[in-house]
Write a protein that binds this ligand. Structure first.
Ligand SMILES: Nc1ncnc2c1ncn2[C@@H]1O[C@H](COP(=O)(O)OP(=O)(O)O)[C@@H](O)[C@H]1O
Ligand SMILES: [Mg+2]
Length: 299
């Protein structure tokens, strides 16, 4: 798959604050990429650098294999912070104004209104919109130029559960159109629901980057050791096993939800295998991420 975004050693310091530190990652075309981290972990600063509104301290990045230019950035739509709309203009009038500023074709306005499901409210004044509708109008505005990449910073912040569900549904719809989406969020649950890939930031440092499906709900990891030569084969054959890996003198077994060390021990015992070491790793990937997300760096 084509690499849409390639970040190499990107760094931003605000005086003593290391907002983003030596960040290296890639985003592939067609993915919904989540930038996950607690408040203050450097998500907005990263997106700001990628959009050219925050000056980087060091490092580099390429969009579509080329160093960033204003022309390339036209292929990117962004909803970075609270967008400026005129409260006394209608949704439609606000979009018309933005289309003129962005030199986007007028014919795109009805298309994006349709996509974000604001067609029937387009002639109402912006100030009468709910928070969710305002956010949808911001997404519509970011799509006016028909960008191949859409960047969203905390798109569901402050919304009620209904508004959150609408925005998440909309993100999936936009991704299904073949656009690449980069989304910053402090919610693991949100990233798991809408993203295909993600990176985890903690105090500006990349902690993890990979596909979302490995976060595996309820998986646990167990260390097993036995002098029995049939151990590996037996572990692999166990119905709850996801993966078996050798780790020094013992094996590391990843178990699906609903399986635990007691059940595994019983199974091995019935096969005539006695173990001399059986330790459950408490921290699954999910728990590790939740721990990172509960961290808040000093401001
Ligand atoms: N303009 C700025 N001046 C000084 N410090 C800043 C500025 N913008 C962000 N920071 C600091 O950089 C760190 C990362 O912030 P930010 O990128 O907004 O994190 P996030 O979006 O993950 O919440 C924080 O410690 C924040 O206080
Ligand atoms: Mg932020």
């Amino acid at each position: 798959m084509e690499t849409v975004l390639n970040i190499q050693g990107l760094t931003k310091h605000f005086g003593r604050i290391k907002a983003v530190e030596n960040l290296t990652l890639q985003v592939k075309a067609g993915s919904v990429f989540g930038l996950l981290g607690p408040n203050g972990s450097g998500k907005t600063t990263t997106l700001g650098m990628l959009m050219g509104v925050v000056n980087k301290t060091a490092g580099s990045y390429e969009w579509f294999g080329q160093p960033p230019t204003d022309r390339l950035r036209k292929k990117i739509g962004a909803v970075l912070e609270h967008p400026i709309f005129y409260p006394y203009l209608t949704g439609l009038q606000n979009l018309e104004l933005n289309a003129r500023i962005k030199e986007a074709p007028e014919s795109n306005i009805q298309k994006v209104l349709e996509l974000v499901e604001l067609k029937d409210r387009q002639n109402d004044k912006f100030r009468t919109y709910s928070l969710g509708m305002k956010q949808r109008l911001a997404i519509a505005s970011a799509l006016l130029n028909d960008p191949t990449v859409l960047i969203l910073d905390e798109p569901t912040n402050g919304l009620d559960p209904m508004g959150i569900a609408e925005i998440r549904g909309l993100i999936k719809k936009i991704a299904a159109d073949g656009r690449t989406i980069i989304l910053a969020s402090h919610l693991l649950d949100e990233v798991q629901k809408v993203c295909s890939h993600f990176a985890v930031l903690k105090r500006g440092v990349l902690m993890y980057s990979g596909p979302v499906d490995v976060v595996g709900e309820g998986e646990i990891k167990i260390e097993v050791e036995s002098t029995d030569a049939g151990l590996r084969e037996a572990l692999s054959a166990y119905e709850g096993t996801v993966e078996v890996e050798r780790a020094g003198s013992f094996f590391e077994v990843r178990l699906r939800e609903g399986h635990d060390s007691a059940a595994l021990n019983r199974y091995l015992f019935n096969k005539g295998i006695t173990v001399n070491h059986l330790v459950t790793h408490k921290k699954t990937l999910e728990e590790q991420f939740l721990e990172i997300l509960s961290d808040s760096s000093p401001k």
